[in-house]
Design a protein around this ligand. Structure first.
Ligand SMILES: [Cu+2]
Length: 171
C-alpha cells in the first residue's frame, strides 16, 4: 500500500517537472487528440465552398484610394484646410483688402496695421468674434471658418467701426 502511493507520487512529480519544461507525453491521449483535431479542421475547410469569400473583395477595392489622398494634406495643415488667404491692411481709420465676396470655408487673414492706433478684424455674426488684431505698425495672422451668408467685418476698437466696416458675402 505504502509503496504504491509512493510510486504514484513519483510519477506525478515527474509529470509536473516535464510539464514545467514544456514536454508533453505523460498521458497517452495527447497524440490521438491532436490527430483528431487536424482531421476535423481539414474537413471543415474542405466542406466550405468559396461562395462567401467571392462577394467581399469588391468592398475593399474602393477604400485604399480615400486614404491615399489624406496624409499629404495633414502634413501641411494640421487644422482646417484654408480655402483662401486675404491680405488686409488697416490704417487710422480705414480697411483695405477685405473683399466683397469670399468662398465658404476657412479663410486666413494676414493682417497688417500700418496706422498708429490698435486695430482688429471682428465679425458681428459670429458673436463679435475677433479674428485678428494688431497694434500700430504690427502684423498678425488669424483664421475664421465661414458658412454662406452675409457678414459684417469691422474694427471693434471703440469709435472705429463707423469708418472701419465692410459687408462680406460668403457663397
Ligand atoms: Cu480700428
Amino acid at each position: 500500500m505504502g509503496i504504491v502511493t509512493g510510486m504514484r507520487r513519483r510519477v506525478l512529480i515527474v509529470c509536473a517537472a516535464l510539464g514545467a519544461i514544456g514536454l508533453a507525453g505523460c498521458g497517452g491521449d495527447d497524440d490521438s487528440d491532436s490527430a483528431d483535431e487536424q482531421a476535423n479542421s481539414d474537413q471543415a475547410e474542405n466542406g466550405e465552398p468559396d461562395a462567401d469569400d467571392a462577394d467581399e473583395p469588391d468592398d475593399d477595392a474602393d477604400e485604399p484610394d480615400d486614404d491615399a489622398d489624406e496624409p499629404d494634406d495633414d502634413a501641411d495643415e494640421p487644422d482646417d484646410e484654408i480655402v483662401e488667404t486675404i491680405n488686409v491692411e488697416a490704417g487710422d481709420l480705414y480697411f483695405e483688402g477685405i473683399p466683397d465676396t469670399l468662398p465658404a470655408g476657412t479663410i486666413e487673414i494676414e493682417f497688417s496695421n500700418v496706422g498708429e492706433m490698435l486695430h482688429d478684424v471682428t465679425i458681428e455674426e459670429l458673436g463679435d468674434e475677433m479674428v485678428v488684431s494688431a497694434a500700430g505698425g504690427e502684423t498678425d495672422t488669424g483664421t475664421v471658418t465661414l458658412e454662406p451668408g452675409e457678414y459684417a467685418f469691422y474694427c471693434a476698437v471703440p469709435g472705429h467701426r463707423e469708418q472701419m466696416e465692410v459687408t462680406v458675402t460668403v457663397e
